[in-house]
Design a protein around this ligand. Structure first.
Ligand code: GLU
Length: 502
């Protein structure tokens, strides 16, 4: 294929479920490749197996793509020059092409009944013969076929695979791949009800839709020799094939739910940012060839190449995704963070989040609270948070009148001799204050240390944090004090005086 050929690639999901990381990786690689080459990215829905169709799967496929910013140039809802983009609307095209293969002798009618096929398989099992169609219909004469047809017997159309030699193709990831032709089944291309199988529909559409590169998961590589034979039979030039490696868990085992693999859309519900998820998925089995890890979509588009796809298994590491998500959260401006968190809170369906103890107060603050106060509270927690779901808990103390004291924090300071004096000092100092900057707050703490003659500043800092937030850890003390402001601090020091008293 000359380099002048327009790059046209496709994502061809079957609507059999909600897409997971592996499926979306295929979509993303195709999309990035199209963008990197100035080509077109097509979405084609392979819905020829009506028995496997799942309600809502199509909607989830499109929603996943949209969420991650994987926009298609042709396909569902937008159409295009090469439609329809649903295979179920193209049956005549496949039937016509099956006929063409029959005429050429590259395919044949098989009249075997399900029962005959079952008997054949049973025979093969018993005699330990490889399980494949024994081609008994392949040698039928025109006369025999005429009779079967005249009697109205149902038939399927099978591909007549070469009986010897090798079938080879050059895979852009794997290099040269070879198969022994005689070991490959005479694949059914058209079923007796007139519906095509994946193989026929996929090849016909890739050709008619002028697909230049087929980038898909490794689980399809064993179908490729059949496709290669189909291209030859039609007299068509095959596309370039690139099979992306399988994906394993970080422990090297087959990827599963246990590793955190779920529907892509679940990541949205669980507080991941689309940019982080896209970045993470792009790096599973592909590398820019340097050490870059945080790469936004435009950067990925610029860097993407088929050479960067690795033949060895890709690794799905949930911890890495969480780390990346934290990085993307930190990269948001204060205003962006507020918008992202508010939208998340309003839209997520994650039950754990919706039912968590801190959520109601948090949600209320987002909807009715002082926007500037909420924005600054979020910004103070931004440094430490990895998932959007963590904000309500992390920010809770900013929004409640009575903080929840954690036992350890209280136990450490309760009854210590200087606590009451410390609280009193603050209360006195704050009596006439309203606005306080972080520096003002730091000075107040330093003044307390001096007045009380404390040996270490930590003896003031830690109990002050516990008094104001209920916890022993959190964002910078002086910043959070400044944000709480004098009035809130006064109330809290009053309460803490009692809580921390022996
Ligand atoms: N319909 C197949 C799938 O569900 C497409 C495989 C291919 O890209 O050829 O993944």
């Amino acid at each position: 294929m000359g380099s002048s050929v327009m790059v046209r690639v496709r994502y061809a999901p079957s609507p059999t479920g909600s897409p997971h990381v592996g499926n979306i990786r295929t979509a993303l690689f195709n999309f990035l490749f199209a963008r990197s080459e100035g080509g077109r990215f097509i979405v084609r829905i392979e819905d020829t197996d009506q028995t496997r169709k799942v309600e809502g799967a199509l909607e989830d496929i499109l929603a996943s793509l949209r969420w991650l910013g994987i926009e298609w140039d042709e396909g569902p809802e937008i159409g295009g020059e090469f439609g329809p983009y649903f295979q179920s609307q193209r049956l005549k095209i496949y039937q016509h092409h099956a006929d063409e293969l029959l005429k050429k002798g590259a395919a044949y009618r098989c009249f075997c009944t399900p029962q005959e096929l079952e008997e054949m398989r049973e025979y093969q099992r018993i005699n330990k013969i490889p399980q494949m169609y024994d081609r008994r219909c392949r040698g039928k004469t025109a006369d025999e076929i005429g009779k079967e047809l005249a009697s109205g017997k149902p038939f399927v159309v099978r591909l007549a695979m070469p009986l010897q030699g090798k079938i080879a193709f050059e895979d852009a990831v794997r290099g040269r791949v070879e198969y022994e032709a005689s070991l490959i089944d005479d694949q059914v291309l058209l079923k007796s009800d007139g519906w095509p199988t994946y193989h026929l529909a996929n090849v016909v559409d890739d050709h008619l839709q002028q697909i230049s590169h087929v980038i898909r998961g490794d689980e399809w590589i064993n179908s490729t020799p059949k496709h290669v034979v189909l291209y030859q039979a039609f007299g068509w030039e095959p596309p370039i094939f690139a099979h992306a490696p399988i994906i394993k868990g970080a422990d090297g085992a087959k990827l599963s739910k246990r590793h955190g693999d779920t529907r892509c859309l679940d990541y949205r519900e669980k507080g991941y940012l689309a940019e982080a998820v896209a970045n993470f998925i792009a790096l599973i089995g592909w590398s820019p060839g340097d050490n870059r890890e945080i790469m936004r979509i435009q950067e990925l588009e610029a860097a993407f190449s088929l050479q960067g796809i690795q033949p060895s298994p890709g690794v799905f590491d949930l911890q890495k995704l969480q780390w990346m998500n934290g990085e993307y959260i930190r990269a948001l401006s204060k205003e962006q963070l507020y918008e992202v968190v508010a939208a998340f809170d309003a839209n997520t369906k994650d039950e754990q989040y919706l039912e968590s103890a801190s959520r109601a107060v948090f949600s209320q603050a987002l909807k009715k609270g002082d926007k500037d106060y909420v924005m600054r509270a979020l910004a103070l927690e931004q440094e430490r948070v990895k998932l959007l779901t963590e904000f309500p808990e992390a920010c809770e103390f900013f929004f409640v009148d009575h903080v929840r004291f954690d036992d350890q924090g209280v136990a450490k300071w309760k009854g210590q001799p200087h606590i009451e004096a410390l609280m009193n000092f603050y209360l006195e100092h704050l009596a006439d204050k309203t606005e306080m900057s972080a520096e003002d707050c730091e000075q107040m703490v330093n003044a307390a240390v001096e007045r009380l003659g404390l040996l270490k500043r930590a003896l003031a800092i830690h109990p002050t944090r516990v008094a104001l937030t209920g916890r022993s850890f959190g964002p910078g003390l002086f910043e959070l004090m400044a944000l709480l402001g004098a009035a809130r601090m006064k109330t809290r020091f009053e309460i803490a005086k009692n809580v921390l008293n022996a």
